[in-house]
Design a protein around this ligand. Structure first.
Ligand code: PAN
Ligand code: ZN
Length: 196
């Protein structure tokens, strides 16, 4: 990891950054239990363990003051009526935010707080979404014919809590109905206050 100022290019080619430290690939098999329609999920994975998204990371030390950043390519598709999406997470240090910048395609960010607020914001080329501290966030590709590509930067000490969302889900889902993306209540959302 460099300590000297450095630069890189967003190329949006096969390797969408001219330099990066790590590429994470998330396939259907990494998303078990995340989508609402488990029968549709099983049918899809039987056919092929498809690549759902790739994360290109510019790594930085995991300390306050550093700014890890990178780019995500989220491929198009449906699991039942639910669009392909990222797992979604809270930051482990809840009081840390994040910036997202849209580069290609069309989608939304689904966000919510532990206190029960929720929001859905568009993510498009040259569109910016701010995720304030305390807001869990997930990205959804609402096109079936185009990748959703976006850049992000977050505080080095943020950390990632995937477990909370894996257990309780998001309050809202983004599904395709009548050929359009629609935000609906998640019928399987587990209210943490009612969990025994
Ligand atoms: C992003 C996300 C990235 C992949 O870098 O981590 O888009 O999404 P999941 O982490 O939900 O799989 C970010 O929000 N970092 O904090
Ligand atoms: Zn994040």
């Amino acid at each position: 990891m460099k300590d000297h100022p450095f630069s890189f290019q967003v190329t949006l080619a096969d390797e969408p950054l001219s330099a990066y430290d790590n590429r994470i690939q998330r396939r259907l098999s990494n998303m078990r239990g995340i989508f609402s329609d488990s029968a549709a999920f099983e049918a899809l994975i039987q056919a092929e363990d498809r690549l759902m998204y790739e994360v290109y990371e510019i790594k930085r030390p995991e300390v306050a003051g550093e700014l890890p950043n990178g780019l995500t390519v989220l491929y198009p598709g449906l699991v039942g009526e639910e669009f392909f999406m990222t797992k979604g997470h809270f930051h482990k240090v809840l009081e840390t935010g994040e910036w997202y910048y849209g580069l290609r395609g069309e989608g939304v960010m689904v966000m919510e707080t532990p206190e029960g607020d929720w929001a859905v914001e568009p993510l498009r080329p040259n569109g910016v979404v701010y995720v304030p501290p305390r807001w869990a966030h997930r990205t959804v590709n609402t096109r079936l014919d185009a990748n959703l590509v976006f850049y992000w930067v977050y505080p080095g000490d943020a950390g990632h809590d995937y477990g909370t969302i894996e257990t309780q889900g998001f309050r809202k889902l983004v599904v395709q109905r009548g050929g359009q993306p629609v935000v609906i209540d998640n019928p399987r959302w587990l209210n943490p206050e009612k969990r025994t």
